[in-house]
Design a protein around this ligand. Sequence first.
Ligand SMILES: [Zn+2]
Length: 184
Amino acid sequence: MSQKPALPGDKVAIIEEFETGPNTFDDGQSIRSSVVGITEFDKANRIAKITELKKPAVPKAGDIIIGNVSALMNNMFAINILYINGKANHSGLECICQAKGAKKRILARVSDIIMIKMICLLNGVMHATISEPELGVLFTQCNKCGGKVVALGGNVKCIDCGYIEERKLSTKFGNSDFIKLSSN
Ligand SMILES: [Zn+2]
């Protein structure tokens, strides 16, 4: 649908032309939206209504998130959320994963696909953890040549150039069907 959604308070019609339908109100002159949604006009019954758009799902404590690492910072990194409990999420939300000891050890690299668990929402920021065996990197590539890597203890080794680098791997690393992993 190419139509821009109506926002709460947006004028969608004038009262001479339409009656208020679901998710609309009448301010005496205009019919306005009371929600974020798509406006529809029932021309036969002269009713304006708004179909409310679903709010993007926000993860709660304990939810398993799969996403890609978007930024590395001191002692933490940002993850762009792709899946919450196995369901695709298009919210564009990011969460922050605490990574104590990350200065000494490489836990993940930007663009790695990673599984983390939500801990809490603090000051509007979602915090997650990577410190459980099944949490960690699910998919990564060689940082030198972009080649395919295999797990080697607490590291990954490139099968093309032999480069070895540290990672906090998930116990599910190497299972390319990672989309289904967080749903069970
Ligand atoms: Zn390589």
